[in-house]
Design a protein around this ligand. Sequence first.
Ligand SMILES: Cc1cc2nc3c(=O)[nH]c(=O)nc-3n(C[C@H](O)[C@H](O)[C@H](O)COP(=O)(O)O)c2cc1C
Length: 260
Amino acid sequence: MKILVIMGSPQKGNTYRATKKIEEFMQSMGSVEFEYLMLKDANLSQCRGCFVCFLKGEEYCPCKDDAPLIEQKMHDADGVIFATPVYGMNVSALMKLFVDRLSYIFHRPRFFDKKALLLSTTGALGLKEVLDYLKLVASIWGFEVSHSVGIVTPPVPVQGKQDPQNDRKLKEAAFAFYNSLQKKRHSPTLKDTLVFRAQKASFGEFGQSSPADYAYWKEKGWLSPETKYYVNVPVNPVYNALGWISEQILRRKIRKEMLK
Ligand SMILES: Cc1cc2nc3c(=O)[nH]c(=O)nc-3n(C[C@H](O)[C@H](O)[C@H](O)COP(=O)(O)O)c2cc1C
């Protein structure tokens, strides 16, 4: 089992140590191989906001950097741990740079056979905001989010006095992640279904005005009327019906307000 850690901390500090603990706990459960991708060491350019990746395709991005390599590493792993400290009440700048640079994946999601674990450390505040944000990113990119874990680590002067609950939380996270890696993908939630339908309405209606997205969605078969979700898993019929209705409403709105 290959696990890739996308490390958003600029140092081997609290977030790295917490991830190492998860690695230790998972090693005690079975055979897992960890790779740490330290974003601080990656050559990632700042997104220039040119929209080329969205419109033409990521291969046309003017930034020639490690983004394709990082994406490939995620494809090669069975599971990915997205780890970031809370900096300024948000994810670290390194983590945000990574998300911005790979933002084309929001339009053309691709990690449906992967599981994700989300991890954050903080001095006091911001865990919920950061973990909610990471959950949104990972799930739209296609990952099944197995678990989110946030721990409070004391600020510099009192380092060493760790909350005894932290180890328990990290162990729980390791256990949940390890178990989910053994299982098939679960059925989508209502929210997952609605996200799929919203994207289907958008990329279906915008068509050739967003050619790379349209071609990708068409090639995947996601624009076919009968396609209920990105992958072939059972979809709750009530969620599917609600999703279908929301798709029709959004299509009508797009035609009326945006494609006039
Ligand atoms: C630049 C910076 C900004 C921070 N911002 C916050 C914050 O907004 N809220 C908070 O509770 N802790 C904040 N902290 C504390 C860190 O979240 C905490 O120490 C974290 O565990 C650091 O992880 P690291 O050792 O991997 O860098 C901040 C620390 C730094 C260095």
